[in-house]
Ligand binder design. Structure first.
Ligand code: SF4
Length: 487
């Protein structure tokens, strides 16, 4: 009987809470890092230089601990399915199969296949659905963020807040990335779009928009990942935002706090953040950091140290926005383990779990709205109310909705209907302005989760063959390229 089961029986509760001490797994268990020192591990330069970027490098790291069939599976995924290229910092790699002690050729294969962090950072072909690998309504920019750009990279979707995409790169690339349209290197499957404007011009245009739009009070400063912006330039941008009278909230989006905490622990980065936080405090502006952990194994002492460094620098809060993913965390215990790890061990506030968006080849990760509602129910009551994350569905053309907020739900065909109470920037005075607040908007469950009648309906009405899907992708990419060139 495991300790968890014993405590569960002892408390009589479905979830057996226990305080867990964070641990940094021993990286020398991997053949490729046998001689890596603690000083090298702590160095952000060493971490960046030793990211795993391709199958060859993964093989060099793991050697024959993982069977050839895994590498072949990965190669096929890279060629035929992956929407993101591979980029895994050692810190993230080290949280995969953290407890396994390698014992010989092939000994890690099964555990590596099953690992939750591997599942979303290094997806393989056999992970994906073969019946419906993409939903017929999946699109490259599933949230239509580009359609709502008011300056290149500045999305104005909600009435009082904007999203500033400063740059299109990250220190790590997640297989399920919602911004797969723009973020990262092109893959054989997805030709990425490129910003047309020069970086300084783009950032200047963003600041101009904030200045002339007093209804905006809140800026999410994102990317990509702000950890990839040289610290002095990020500081300069944030100081410019802080000079805009109407801005009261700034949120910095960085998964690197989890994937590359060494970045946020650098002395110059810490002092830069301290200067920004000092100005923010003097002006009464709240500045917080939003990060992205999907599994408890990601929360290590180094992550806790980096989060603590940001709080010590004067940020108001560090919050987590995870993504609900099958094979990773779509289970009440996994979600609660992660939330308690963040809260108890790292002072990171559990905030949201997003349902995985309807991007191409994501069906194996996505869960239905009904399952998301059940998960929300199961995680209620264990965490403090202020730290109980909301599971949200980011509905195309609407925005975030709590999963219980739907207006209607056809559970047979897996179509949920949602309403909204504000207009996005494309509806103000534009096409669709009239009924934006009275019509419903659809979100689609993964087809494989539907009852037989629903699956049959999609077979008859929704089947797009691979070439049609590819053609639709190409047409969509051309349309967006034309739109970008118009900036
Ligand atoms: S860190 Fe965020 S933006 Fe970057 S690849 Fe992952 S999900 Fe996408």
């Amino acid at each position: 009987m495991s300790i968890e089961t014993a405590i569960g029986l002892e408390t009589g509760q479905p979830y057996p809470y226990r305080r867990v001490e964070l641990v940094e797994p021993d990286w020398t268990r991997f053949p490729g890092w046998r001689d890596v020192t603690a000083a090298e591990w702590a160095s952000v330069q060493w971490q960046r230089a030793h990211c795993v970027k391709n199958v060859r490098q993964l093989r060099e790291l793991l050697g024959d601990l993982v069977d050839d069939r895994f590498y072949a599976d990965l190669e096929r995924d890279q060629a035929e399915r992956a929407t993101m290229s591979m980029l895994v910092p050692p810190q993230m790699m080290n949280t995969m199969v953290p407890l396994s002690v390698p014992a010989g050729p092939g000994s890690l294969t099964d555990a590596f296949y099953a690992d939750p962090i591997r599942h979303y950072m290094i997806p393989v072909f056999s992970d994906r659905r073969t019946d419906w690998s993409s939903h017929p309504h999946a699109t490259r920019d599933s949230l239509h963020e580009h359609d709502m750009w008011v300056a290149e990279g500045l999305t104005h979707r909600y009435p009082t807040k904007v999203l500033a995409e400063l740059l299109p790169t990250c220190p790590q690339y997640c297989g399920h990335c919602t911004r797969m349209d723009l973020v990262g290197n092109s893959t054989p499957v997805i030709d990425k779009l490129k910003f047309a404007g020069k970086p300084n011009d783009r950032l200047g245009d963003m600041i101009d928009y904030l200045r002339r739009t007093p209804s905006v009070r809140d800026v999410v400063v994102s990317g990509g990942d702000v950890a990839n912006m040289p610290c002095p330039r990020l500081e300069q941008f944030l100081m410019s935002v802080l000079e805009v009278e109407n801005i009261r909230d700034i949120r910095l989006a960085t998964k690197a706090l989890i994937g590359l905490p060494q970045h946020w622990l650098q002395p110059d980065v810490r002092t830069g953040m301290e200067r920004v936080a000092t100005v923010a405090r003097a002006r009464g502006v709240s500045i917080a950091m939003h990060t992205h952990a999907n599994h408890a194994n990601s929360v290590t002492p180094l992550v806790a140290e980096a989060a603590g460094a940001m709080l010590d620098a004067g940020l108001r809060d560090v919050r987590n926005q995870g993504v609900l993913l099958n094979g990773v965390n779509a289970d009440p215990h996994a979600l609660l383990d992660l939330c308690f790890g963040l809260l108890d061990g790292a002072r990171i506030m559990p905030y949201y779990f997003y349902m995985c968006d309807m991007i191409p080849f994501s069906e194996h990760w996505r869960v239905s709205v009904a399952d998301a509602q059940r998960l929300q129910h199961h995680i209620m009551g264990y965490l403090p109310g202020f730290a109980t994350p909301r599971i949200v569905c980011d509905v195309p053309f609407v925005g975030k909705r709590w999963v219980h907020q739907l207006a209607d739900y056809d559970t047979e065909r897996g179509i949920s209907y949602w309403t909204k109470n504000y207009r996005t920037s494309i509806e103000i005075g534009g096409e669709g302005a009239g009924d934006a607040l009275s019509r419903t908007y659809e979100y689609y469950d993964p087809i494989h989760t539907l009852p037989e009648a629903g699956r049959q309906w999609w077979e008859e009405h929704g089947r797009l063959d691979e070439s049609a899907l590819r053609a639709a992708e190409v047409a969509e990419a051309s349309r967006r390229t034309a739109a970008l060139q118009a900036w």
